[in-house]
Design a protein around this ligand. Structure first.
Ligand SMILES: Cc1cc2nc3c(=O)[nH]c(=O)nc-3n(C[C@H](O)[C@H](O)[C@H](O)COP(=O)(O)O)c2cc1C
Length: 392
């Protein structure tokens, strides 16, 4: 697990969204991280220290009087691989901007010498107030990682921006704060999901791809510093944080979008399950149930990977995926060659739509690396690490 044994310090400040920090802590623990929580005195009005002590199985500090040495703000800042303030109140954001250290949490923030992940949560008017806008702008300029709040109904009954970002997005920002940046300055295109080839307005031919692997590749490419564009066929997944997304439906839509962006890209990761065929005809009206057995004639879709292989420049890296029922290595090697790819990641059909992934990475120079069974996010990290870090 990518977060396994990482030390994550969660700072909780006085926002109505403080209870959501409990879910964040649980998620980080489930992912194997060691978590500590520090709180502002006013955060304790919203959630008790005991809750966080139980969830983290660690001490919780909101004041030095509960520590041992009085130097805990220094030691805790040093301990943390990542420091995330979620929720960050308007007040705490303002204090961090001005370097105030009038409580334990703001003292840790001042003693922490790397980018802090800051997830604001507040009423829309507070969030849009020029003071807050300026404070957040300056913290961003200093390199802190601001996880923008989402829009929706707020606790005060108003609608607008200011809701604490989803736990999943905050977790991605934490990964971004921890992982090295081998993809910095690189434009990465990822495709994901299974295309739909419509017969009439409501019926289509598709496949069992969940999009999980492609979304994981997009998320981890972002966390490794890439400027990521995800071209996604329909999935039930939440769009990854920090990634630009274009939604498409059919193989032809995907072909058009991929070709539009191809020349701009340094790395192309083609994970989508693109339909090889589409119905020859499309009915604008819903097809009626017929007496006779219907016959669907199919015609080929554009072969996106083949086209990319033909058009790719020498300085571009193209990674394909192959799902095979049998003869995994043999079939994948053939696809790698036929489509002029640099790398192919091959797996047996059994991982389709499942939580776990396993397979092999085959390079165009003949090297083969086995991918052990692991969840799709870890697998994405394993693959990208093998390809783009020096220590692989
Ligand atoms: C019920 C209630 C809800 C609040 N919710 C928020 C909030 O979501 N965001 C925020 O910035 N301030 C909120 N405040 C105001 C802060 O709690 C207040 O500014 C406090 O001084 C923040 O202190 P801290 O930054 O040290 O935690 C709320 C106050 C109350 C009483």
């Amino acid at each position: 697990m990518i977060l396994k044994d990482r030390n994550i310090l969660v700072g909780v400040s006085g926002s109505i969204a403080a209870y959501k920090a409990c879910e964040l802590v649980r998620t980080l623990r489930k992912k194997g991280a060691s978590v500590r929580v520090c709180m502002t005195p006013s955060a304790k009005e919203f959630v008790g220290e005991l809750t966080f002590r139980a969830l983290t199985e660690n001490d919780v500090l909101s004041d030095w009087k509960d520590g041992e040495t009085g130097l805990e703000h220094i030691f805790w800042a040093r301990w943390a691989d990542s420091f995330v303030i979620a929720p960050a109140s308007a007040n705490t954001i303002a204090k961090i901007r001005f370097g105030l250290a009038d409580n334990f949490l703001t003292s840790v923030a001042l003693a922490y010498d790397r980018p802090i992940v800051i997830a604001p949560a507040m009423n829309t008017k507070m969030y849009e107030n020029p003071s807050t806008v300026e404070n957040i702008g300056i913290l961003k300029e200093r390199g802190h990682i601001l996880v923008d709040p989402s829009e929706g109904e707020l606790a005060c009954g108003e609608e607008g921006s200011g809701r604490l970002a989803d736990v999943e997005d905050i977790e991605t920002a934490i990964l971004y704060s921890i992982l090295p940046k081998p993809l910095k300055g690189k434009k990465v295109l990822v495709t994901a999901g299974g295309t739909r080839e419509f017969l009439d307005p409501i019926r289509y031919i598709s496949n069992a791809s969940s999009g999980k692997m492609g979304y994981a590749l997009a998320k981890i490419s972002y966390a490794l510093g890439g400027d990521v564009l995800l071209i996604s066929a329909p999935t039930c997944l939440k769009k990854p944080y920090g990634v630009k997304t274009v939604d498409v439906v059919s193989a032809e839509d995907m072909y058009r979008e991929v070709m539009n962006h191809l020349d701009d890209m340094d790395i192309v990761i083609m994970n989508a399950a693109v339909a090889d065929f589409k119905p020859e005809s499309y009915s604008r009206k819903k097809l009626k149930k017929a007496e006779e057995k219907p016959v669907i004639n199919l015609e080929p879709n554009p072969d996106i990977l083949l086209e990319i292989g033909k058009r790719k420049r020498d300085d571009q890296i193209v990674i394909g995926f192959a799902a095979e029922s049998e003869k995994l290595i043999e079939n994948a090697k053939d696809k790698l060659k036929r489509k002029n790819l640099d790398i192919i990641v091959a797996n047996l059909l059994e991982v389709f739509s499942k939580e776990k992934h396993k397979g092999v990475i085959i390079f165009s120079d003949g090297r083969i690396t086995e991918i052990p069974p692991m969840d799709k996010e870890e697998s994405a990290y394993f693959i990208l690490n093998k390809l783009f870090t020096k220590d692989s």
